[in-house]
Design a binder for this molecule. Structure first.
Ligand SMILES: NC(=O)c1ccc[n+]([C@@H]2O[C@H](COP(=O)([O-])OP(=O)(O)OC[C@H]3O[C@@H](n4cnc5c(N)ncnc54)[C@H](OP(=O)(O)O)[C@@H]3O)[C@@H](O)[C@H]2O)c1
Length: 302
């Protein structure tokens, strides 16, 4: 007999929760979107009502929310996500996390430790890592090998006045925390684990990272969320003696990649497997790179 779908709860009721996490959870074959938690009771009730899920709000209802689910998906700012993820992992709930895990070393470490200690399954939604075209490119370039460097530039427009992503945490932390985790995850997969970073920043939310990879390759990342739509763009390529290889172009579809991420998370839950290439431990490691970059940028800024 087929088992009942896994019950997932969604933490967050904002734009990203509404347009991506809720529909992806509702469409996932082995998931029932069973509960929604938000700080606003009205927003939680509205989103939960769309999917026939239970609504929970405020710190006082977090326990009841966790009791109602097997897994939790997050669409809240990173430093709101981290402590709820720790509580959820300790309660034995599996985690569909957002990048960055947190915006501090301690916050990211706490999530990764709680996940490791409880043995729950976790996946962090580094969107590029769940795109079928990017995965095909990564399979090809890693099989070919011999790359000496990689370059990523990613200019977004989320800090534009009319963007739904112009949210308080993003205004405060900028593209270094919002976009660079995606770029670091991609270059990590293409060139090997990142062993060190050198960072500096310029005006208009621009951050520059030089990454050093195990095995000797280096790479660079330049990001900003300050430009307008016309200035937006994503570009990554690898370079080596045998030539250049460009990653597939940027693309705003997150629903299909999140569906893949949820599928891999639920397969791991069913199989009793907690490790995943993009699990909480990987999210912590990427977070350490970004934290060190932030530290250097702050020192240089005086
Ligand atoms: N992987 C991707 O491609 C991708 C793309 C976009 C976003 N994201 C991630 O999604 C997450 C959410 O990003 P966002 O910019 O959409 O965030 P946001 O709008 O700032 O927050 C979304 C939700 O968090 C709630 N919230 C904010 N502060 C809170 C607090 N102190 N306590 C409880 N709830 C709080 C908001 O509640 P209210 O509605 O009441 O304000 C809203 O429901 C981030 O981790 C971001 O990196 C990932």
């Amino acid at each position: 007999m087929a088992s009942a779908p896994l019950r997932f709860g969604l933490v967050g009721t904002g734009y990203w929760a509404r347009i991506t996490h809720a529909p992806a959870l509702a469409a996932a074959p082995d998931i029932e979107l069973a509960a929604v938690w938000g700080r606003s009771a009205d927003a939680a009730a509205a989103l939960a009502g769309t999917y026939g899920a239970g609504a929970h709000s405020g710190a006082g209802e977090l326990g009841a929310f966790l009791d109602a689910v097997d897994g939790v998906a997050f669409a809240v700012p990173p430093d709101v996500q981290a402590p709820i993820a720790v509580a959820a992992a300790r309660a034995g709930k599996h985690l569909m996390l957002e990048k960055p895990l947190a915006t501090s070393v301690a916050g990211a470490d706490e999530v990764a430790s709680a996940v490791a200690e409880s043995g729950v399954a976790s996946v962090v939604f580094f969107t590029l890592m769940f795109r079928a075209d990017i995965r095909a490119w990564l399979a090809e370039v890693t099989a070919r090998g011999g790359w000496l460097t990689g370059l990523t530039t990613w200019f977004g427009s989320s800090l534009g006045e009319s963007s739904p992503f112009n949210t308080p945490w993003r205004r405060e932390k900028g593209a270094l925390w919002d976009i660079a985790p995606h770029a670091v995850s991609l270059l990590w997969a293409a060139l090997g684990p990142v062993t060190g970073v050198t960072a500096d920043a310029g005006p208009a939310d621009v951050s520059h990272l030089i990454l050093h990879h195990e095995g000797g390759a280096s790479s660079t990342v330049t990001v900003s969320q300050h430009g307008g739509e016309a200035a937006s763009g994503f570009e990554t390529y690898l370079w080596g003696p045998s030539g250049r290889s460009a990653a597939p172009a940027g693309n705003t579809d997150a629903l299909a990649p999140l569906g893949i991420a949820l599928g891999e998370l639920t397969s791991n839950i069913r199989a009793g497997v907690s490790a995943h290439p993009c699990d909480a431990a990987f999210g912590r490691d990427v977070g350490h790179v970004i934290s060190e970059a932030q530290r250097q940028i702050d020192v240089r800024a005086g």
